[in-house]
Design a protein. Structure first.
Length: 564
């Protein structure tokens, strides 16, 4: 099965990723789309992705604002790796993971007298900079001006590829190499990158300009590669057939290598590898040294050196980014483990305390103490159950199970469920349900959990406060497009500097009493419904949380704020 994904790189849901497995999927803001993006400029059913004849195909579904691929509006188009899809205000990056055949490059052993005497041109590692300086000066003739402009255009194209974040390093080097062969007129080429752990050269890209040159393995003369690595200079060899310095038994001749160029890939701080290209000749032309004119010149060598520098910077930046992401990921994992361990430890301490009461009650035949201990154990069992469910909700994308339901009935159930907890905390839990509220479409389990999390937070916020009141309300917008559940309290309120971060995971305003997961889960569930949680709070006067979403799947929110 094909494996690909769409990554939101610009828009209200930046960072969200959708996996593709070849099955037909729809794209839009409607709830029933397999790929759903909360973009108000996107049609409810905007586009369709299908897989046919070995490729993913994107098709517009008569959307209002059109579907764009790499800046051009399309009706239907095959996708290629690195394509950018723009729908509304959202840009999605298409990445396909095709099975890569192992790259085979043979470093052909050198003969004893196969040395630097074969070199007819060489450049320093900073030749790329000098090339740009020469191109900037006014050329001496029209033909050189034309070549200079072509070189600048090529370097500009490669620079754009290098700064693109849409490609893996292998894909980027492959694009650079494909472009290079066409520019310098070589038949084949490869990029050999030094492994940072072992120091060994490994092929990262191989390219052939003509299908007739494609082989299972690509030979590269070791004398050329060794010289470039040792001297840090780019070199060009002459036509091996016409140069008396090349003996017929040498590797460069035996492997059909006619001319070759190899340049170092010098980064900011170290040599990253080599970029190698060559022209080839068939065995029946080996005896005809003047059959074809020399193709590779010092101008091409200078251009190749500039390209090698760009490729080296790309490899270097990729390694830095990989190291940074790895460090960030390890830090995030460590923080998550520490926070979860703290919460689980607190819950287990509660279970341990309850078990102690049960043990003493059983030993002393004290039924009241047993019941008290069991109440503690049961409460902490619910806490660990809720913690696990919240983590599962956050860890995966889910499609809401949409059904017609009665919002008032759902809120009454939450009221009945939490009334005992409110009485225990001496908090008044009130209901204010709207009359004649229409039947709405929603995932009843999801909305129940989202509202329940907010109610629990409100009760916790009022713990220890006198005359605490939590009121559960329902209603709909004036035009009937949206419905809402509101939880209001008269508690201490939320400081302004905490309002923006309160929906971030592990951000809790309750100190050690909260996990910082509940509100993040509630917001995720509402956004899965195309809705949002609106918050108003004043210090020492209380807070109001309104969970609002479209009354039916064809509805649309007026606006969706950017994700935290």
């Amino acid at each position: 099965m094909p494996t690909a994904n769409l990554l939101v790189i610009r828009g209200v849901e930046q960072g969200k990723r959708f996996e593709l497995d070849g099955t037909e999927v729809s794209i839009g803001r409607g709830v029933r789309n397999q790929i759903r993006v909360l973009d108000t400029e996107m049609s409810r059913q905007h586009a369709m992705l299908t897989y046919a004849d070995g490729a993913f195909v994107l098709s517009d579904r008569n959307s209002s604002n059109g579907t764009f691929l790499n800046g051009l509006q399309i009706a239907s188009h095959r996708l290629a790796n690195g394509d950018q899809i723009q729908i509304g205000r959202t840009t999605l990056l298409f990445s396909e993971e095709k099975e890569r055949k192992p790259l085979s490059v043979d470093i052909v052993p050198s003969h004893a007298n196969e040395d630097a005497s074969q070199i007819v041109g060489q450049v320093g590692h900073d030749e790329g900079r000098r090339l740009l300086e020469r191109s900037a000066r006014e050329p001496s003739d029209a033909s050189r001006a034309k070549r200079s402009m072509a070189s600048l255009r090529l370097l500009y194209r490669i620079s754009e590829e290098v700064v693109s974040s849409s490609l893996s390093i292998e894909q980027l080097l492959q694009r650079i190499l494909d472009t290079t062969l066409e520019a310098v007129g070589a038949d084949r080429g490869c990029v050999l990158v030094t492994d940072p752990q072992t120091g060994e050269l490994a092929p990262k890209a191989i390219a052939y300009r003509h299908s007739g040159h494609r082989l299972d393995r690509m030979p590269v003369s070791s004398s050329i590669v060794d010289y470039v690595l040792k001297k840090g200079q780019g070199i060009r060899t002459s036509d091996a057939r016409a140069d008396s310095r090349f003996a017929s038994g040498l590797s460069i001749v035996r492997e059909g290598i006619r001319e070759a160029m190899c340049v170092p890939m010098t980064g900011r701080y170290e040599l990253m590898g080599v970029l190698y290209v060559d022209t080839t000749v068939s065995t029946d032309l080996l005896a005809e040294p003047n059959s074809v004119a020399t193709q590779l010149t010092d101008d091409e060598l200078s251009l190749l050196a500039a390209i090698g520098r760009q490729a080296a910077l790309a490899v270097e930046d990729h390694r830095y980014q990989e190291a940074f992401v790895k460090a960030e990921r390890l830090a995030a994992v460590g923080q998550t483990i520490a926070i979860l361990s703290h919460h689980i430890k607190n819950i287990l301490q509660g279970v341990r305390g309850g078990s102690y009461l049960i043990d003493n009650g059983l030993r002393d035949d004290d039924l009241e103490m047993v019941e008290q201990g069991w109440s503690v154990v049961d409460r902490n069992q619910n806490r660990i159950f809720d913690l696990v469910n919240d983590l599962l909700t956050l860890s995966k994308e889910r499609q809401p199970k949409l059904e017609a339901g009665d919002i008032n009935e759902l809120v009454r159930d939450i009221h009945d469920l939490m009334r005992g907890r409110a009485d225990e905390l001496q908090i008044a839990l009130k209901l204010a349900l709207a009359d004649e509220l229409p039947t709405a479409t929603f995932d009843q389990e999801g909305i129940h959990r989202a509202a329940l999390n907010v109610v629990v937070n409100a009760l916790d916020a009022l713990n220890g406060h006198e005359n605490g009141i939590v009121e559960l309300r329902t209603g709909q917008s004036a035009d009937g497009v949206e419905v809402w559940i509101e939880i209001a309290d008269n508690g201490p309120g939320i400081p302004d500097d905490q309002l923006e971060a309160m929906f971030n995971i592990f951000e809790s305003t309750k100190g050690s009493a909260g996990t910082g997961i509940g509100l993040a889960v509630s917001q995720k569930i509402l956004r899965e419904h195309g809705g949002e949680i609106e918050v108003e709070s004043q210090l020492n006067r209380g807070s109001r949380f309104r969970l609002i979403w479209p009354a039916n799947e064809d509805g649309a929110r007026r606006s969706i704020p950017a994700a935290n």
